[in-house]
Design a protein around this ligand. Sequence first.
Ligand code: UDP
Length: 401
Amino acid sequence: LPLCLKRQGARSLESDTDMTEQPPIPARKLHVAMVGAGLSGAVAGRALAEAGCRVTVLEVRPHVAGNCHTERCPETGVMVHVYGPHIFHTDDAQVWEYVNRFATMMPYHHRVRATAQDQVYALPVNLHTINQFFGQTLRPDAARAFVAERSQDNADPQNFEEQALQMIGRELYEAFFQGYTTKQWGCSPRALPAAILKRLPLRFNYDDSYFAHRFQGMPRDGYTDMVARILDHSGITLHLNTPFVAADADAFDHVFWSGPLDGWFDHDIGHLGYRTLDFERFTAPGDWQGCAVMNYTDADMPFTRITEHKHFAPWEAHEKSVLYREYSRACGPGDIPYYPIRLVAEQALLARYVARAQALSGVTFMGRLGSYRYLDMDVTIREALNTAGMFLRQTHAGTPM
Ligand code: UDP
């Protein structure tokens, strides 16, 4: 290995380097392995290939794009989000430009409905939800005061439940969050970090957009096509159905690992917990539920939501529909990991794995699985670009990272 690379430690990927700065082309062609052809691997691989590296991408699955893989259903023609819905939304103009380089992004505005206690509501909780739920006709200020009366003072909420009670009060919490969250995470909301709820806004107007980001859209030809285009570069060789074998690491100047962090270490000090999803797929004539996502927030409904995939492509017309009933459960051996759990027990184990990863040289951990964080797609792209940029700068400078 070149000395500079030997000295490189594994990186955690929360860097804030500016991806616009083009690193200089390395003095000689480095050969890097990119393990995983999901968004992280594809984006970082492309950046390295464009800078002159030889990039070998090893993907264990038979397709690229990881969990954002899409595929047209042969029976209905509907573009199916095979591992559950992925909606692209960002405030990062450079990342938006990036995806538009590789895909035709179509207008898509994400809205979610929830079936709760025998009624259908709009999520995230907004003025319509509040008025409908409480049988009121409140204007914004009155609604704010009304919800404040019901919420529990708490300057420092310690968990999801405390955060929710402080934000929306018990009635709304029980209707929309308690059951859904228990099903989704398989534990009491009291055991979950408050940060999970912070993903969702509470609005005192009639805005029912799920995301407040400036840029939103769907790739016209699906995410798999977009990722395939990102990987389509003369410096990149892609191998599908190919697991990475640790013994092969020596064949490369550096390895970028977007598999599970604990997987790199053969889980030798324990498994980091994930939730996995089971999808019960069904087809139906016409429009089955009238929207892309219907959450089922009652605890006695065993699934969390139903997604109707043709509504993710509103510019297409299909007579038939493909739907997924989505069930969440603990991830076991052989299951596909989706959501990192990050409970207290995981945090301790995570810290041990991270310390070991940082002590390694010649390997960089990246992406949702490699960093054991729940990442949205835009953040994944931003971090992958930053990681590649940082690697190239360090390599060129010959200094340890
Ligand atoms: N959540 C909930 N009820 C809902 C929607 C979300 O309780 O109807 C909670 C749930 O714990 C979820 C979190 O809010 O994990 C974040 O929601 P988001 O829609 O961001 O979840 P995603 O499916 O994107 O992880």
